[in-house]
Design a protein around this ligand. Structure first.
Ligand code: HEM
Length: 396
C-alpha cells in the first residue's frame, strides 16, 4: 500500500509517524497531484490563522492538488475567499445566522430525534447511520433554510448524491448538481416574494451599513455551502461519537450518570474522531516556512486537523477517549477567520442526538465485527453503524 491509501484507511497511524519523522510531508491529493501535509498541532493552528495562506484558487499554481471543483454559480463561497471579500460576506451572513436562530432550532431538533427513535420501537438491531445520524441533520438543514416539506424528499436525494458522489457514475452527480441548482434558484425566487422566518429569507433581506447585500451567486453558493459543510460533517460526528461511546462503555456509563457533561463530551468526540480530517486546501501567497520546511508560493498546503487533535504534545494520551479531559482548543471546527460558521448548530445537533439516544435506550451495543470506515483522506465517517438496542435490561 502507498501513503495515499494508508492516509485513507488508517490515518492516525500515518499521522503518528509523520508528526515525528516528517511533520511537513509531500503527499498526493485525491486527484493524485502533489500537496504538503502538515500534522503537528502548533504548526496546523498557526497556519490556520496565517493570512499568507490563501483559500483563493487564484493563488494556486498549475499542476498541484486543488480540491473540489464546483460549478461557477457555487464557487462564490466563503471557503474560496480571502479578506476583504470574505470579511464582507461573513459579516452579512453573521447577521442572519444568529445564536437566536440556532436556539430556535433546538426544539425541532429534539422533536426530529425523538420521532426517528420512535420509529425504532422498543428493541432491535439497526444501522444507526441510516436510521438516525443521517436523517437528523438533513431535516435540520431543511428547517434552517426553510425548505418546504413537499420538496424535502428531492432535496435529500440530491444531497445524498452530492456529499458522497460515486466516481463511477458521473452522470448521476451531474444530474444531482443540476437538480440542486435549479431547486435553489427556484427557492430563492420564492423566498424573495414570500419571505418567512428562516435563514434564507433573512439572508436575502440582510444589508450592512453601506447598504451592501448578497449577490445572487453568493446567496446560491451560501445555501449550497451550508448543505455541503453542514450535512456530511454532522452525520459523521454523530456516528463517530456514538461509536466512541459503544467502544468505551466506562465513558458511556459516565455520561449516563452525569448527562450535564454532554457539552464537554461533544468537544472530546470532536477532538478524538472529528469528521474533517483536513482543513480546506490553502495556497501560500509567498514562499513560506512551516515547521522548518520552506513551501514555495502557489503550492498546495493540507492542514490535518485530526493529526493536530491527536498530537501528544497538546493532548496527553491522545488516542484515548476521555470525557474528563479539557478538549478545548481542538481544531475539529477550524480556527481563525474561517472558523466553522455552523459550530453552534453542529454542537447543538450532536448534543441533542446523543442525549435523546441515551435517554431512549438503556442498552446499546455495537452489532458489527469491526467498524467500517469510508476510505477517504478528507473525511472520517462510518459506512454503517450496526447496533443492538433496547429500552430496559431484558429479564434474566
Ligand atoms: C460536526 C459538524 C461540522 C464540522 C466538523 C465542521 C467543520 C468545519 C471546518 C473545519 C471549517 C473550517 C475550514 C477551514 O478553515 O479550512 C468549517 C467552516 C464552515 N462551516 Fe462547518 N462544520 C460542521 C458543521 C457545520 C454546519 C452545521 C454548518 C452550517 C449550517 C457549517 C457551515 C460552515 C461554513 C459556512 C464554513 C465556512 C466559514 C468561513 O469560511 O468563514 N458547518 N466547518
Amino acid at each position: 500500500m502507498d501513503l495515499a491509501d494508508d492516509l485513507s484507511t488508517r490515518p492516525y497511524d500515518v499521522y503518528r509517524e509523520l508528526r515525528t519523522t516528517s511533520p511537513v510531508h509531500r503527499v498526493a491529493g485525491t486527484d493524485g497531484r502533489p500537496a504538503w501535509l502538515v500534522t503537528r498541532y502548533d504548526d496546523v493552528r498557526a497556519a490556520l490563522a496565517d493570512p499568507r495562506l490563501s483559500l483563493d484558487k487564484a493563488h494556486a499554481r498549475e499542476g498541484n492538488y486543488r480540491g473540489l471543483a464546483l460549478p461557477p454559480a457555487l464557487d462564490a463561497n466563503l471557503l474560496n475567499m480571502d479578506p476583504p471579500d470574505h470579511t464582507r460576506l461573513r459579516r452579512l451572513v453573521g447577521r442572519a445566522f444568529t445564536p437566536r436562530r440556532v436556539e430556535q432550532l433546538r426544539t425541532p431538533i429534539r422533536a426530529t430525534a425523538d420521532r426517528l427513535l420512535d420509529a425504532l420501537g422498543t428493541h432491535g438491531t439497526t444501522d444507526l447511520v441510516t436510521a438516525y445520524a443521517a436523517p437528523l441533520p438533513i431535516t435540520v438543514i431543511c428547517e434552517l433554510l426553510g425548505i418546504p416539506e413537499s420538496r424535502r424528499r428531492d432535496f435529500r436525494s440530491w444531497s445524498n448524491v452530492l456529499v458522497a458522489p460515486d466516481p463511477s457514475r458521473p452522470q448521476v452527480a451531474k444530474e444531482a448538481f443540476a437538480g440542486m441548482l435549479g431547486f435553489l434558484a427556484e427557492l430563492l425566487v420564492h423566498k424573495r416574494s414570500s419571505p418567512a422566518d428562516d435563514l434564507l429569507s433573512d439572508l436575502i433581506a440582510v444589508r450592512d451599513a453601506d447598504d451592501d447585500r448578497l449577490t445572487e451567486d453568493e446567496l446560491m453558493s451560501l445555501a449550497f455551502l451550508i448543505l455541503f459543510a453542514g450535512y456530511e460533517n454532522t452525520v459523521q460526528l454523530i456516528g463517530n461519537a456514538v461509536l466512541a461511546l459503544l467502544e468505551n462503555p466506562d465513558q458511556m456509563a459516565l455520561l449516563r450518570q452525569d448527562p450535564a457533561r454532554i457539552a464537554d463530551a461533544v468537544e472530546e468526540f470532536a477532538r478524538f474522531e472529528g469528521p474533517a480530517l483536513l482543513a480546506i486546501r490553502r495556497f501560500p501567497t509567498q514562499d513560506l516556512e512551516i515547521g522548518g520546511t520552506v513551501i514555495p508560493a502557489g503550492d498546495t498546503v493540507l492542514l490535518s486537523l485530526s493529526a493536530a487533535n491527536r498530537d501528544p504534545n497538546r493532548f496527553p494520551d491522545p488516542d484515548r477517549v476521555d470525557l474528563g479531559r479539557d478538549a478545548t482548543g481542538h481544531l475539529a471546527l477550524g480556527h481563525g477567520i474561517h472558523y466553522c460558521l455552523g459550530a453552534p448548530l453542529a454542537r447543538a445537533e450532536t448534543e441533542i442526538a446523543l442525549t435523546a439516544l441515551l435517554d431512549r435506550f438503556e442498552n446499546l451495543e455495537f452489532a458489527g465485527a469491526d467498524p467500517q470506515w469510508r476510505p477517504s483522506m478528507r473525511a472520517r465517517g462510518l459506512t454503517a453503524l450496526p447496533v443492538h438496542y433496547s429500552r430496559a435490561t431484558p429479564a434474566p
